[in-house]
Design a protein around this ligand. Structure first.
Ligand SMILES: Nc1nc2c(ncn2[C@@H]2O[C@H](COP(=O)(O)OP(=O)(O)OP(=O)(O)O)[C@@H](O)[C@H]2O)c(=O)[nH]1
Ligand SMILES: [Mg+2]
Length: 195
């Protein structure tokens, strides 16, 4: 699917399942912990400075944001997880929202799981990876903020992260930098491979 990345519009924010979009268009879903750079990755792909908001208040993006690209697909910015100062009630709300999102959504064409290249994947990262895999969705993992690693660390991070997440054979981990645009082209070609 070739997408004109210049033709993009914000569609809506969904705070609960009644707001989910299910119009049959493929959805490319960006997931990851709070502050890992989900919105920055979307901005990077779209070549925009501040389209998907880049938050000064991490953990506050509690809604699912839908962007329509070229009238052919959605980029879906999921709310971040793992932010320390969130109440148990908020965490529960997030988990139920995510569970419902995956269960009721047969339009997820690609999951883009964003983790921090510098750190071990968290328990929540592993849960998110399992959701994509259990629901049979193709997934790519971005090891974001790779600009903060030295060359040797940058080379070894995909294998380290893939192993920690227990990824199956053939599931790619791309070293990525939303800030520098590292592997932007590789991510776009994966999006273009969606039928
Ligand atoms: N150095 C570096 N910083 C980055 C990169 N990507 C994002 N950041 C920074 O990380 C911070 C968080 O980025 P966001 O895109 O808002 O992260 P998010 O995952 O959307 O955060 P929430 O919506 O709050 O969950 C910002 O200060 C970004 O500038 C990157 O590749 N390299
Ligand atoms: Mg965000």
């Amino acid at each position: 699917m070739k997408l004109n990345l210049h033709n993009v519009e914000f569609v809506k924010s969904a705070a609960d399942p009644s707001g989910f979009i299910s119009d049959g268009l493929p959805q490319i879903v960006f997931a990851g912990k709070s502050n890992v750079g989900k919105s920055s990755v979307i901005n990077c792909v779209l070549n925009r400075k501040n389209f998907a908001r880049v938050g000064a208040t991490p953990g506050r993006t509690v809604h699912i944001n839908y962007f329509k690209v070229d009238r052919k697909a959605y980029f879906v910015d999921l709310p971040g997880y793992g932010f320390a100062r969130v109440s148990d009630a908020e965490k529960k709300r997030w988990a139920v929202l995510m569970e419902t999102f995956f269960r009721e959504n047969d339009s997820i064409a690609l999951g883009v799981l964003i983790v921090d290249a510098r750190h071990e994947p968290t328990a929540d990262d592993k849960m998110m990876a399992r959701w994509f895999l259990e629901y049979g969705r193709p997934m790519v993992v971005l090891a974001n903020k790779v600009d903060k690693l030295n060359k040797t660390e940058a080379l070894s991070c995909p294998a380290r992260i893939g192993e920690a997440l227990g990824l199956p054979e053939g599931c790619t981990v791309l070293p990525f930098s939303a800030e520098k645009g590292t592997n932007r082209g590789a991510l776009i070609s994966m999006i273009e491979k969606i039928p």
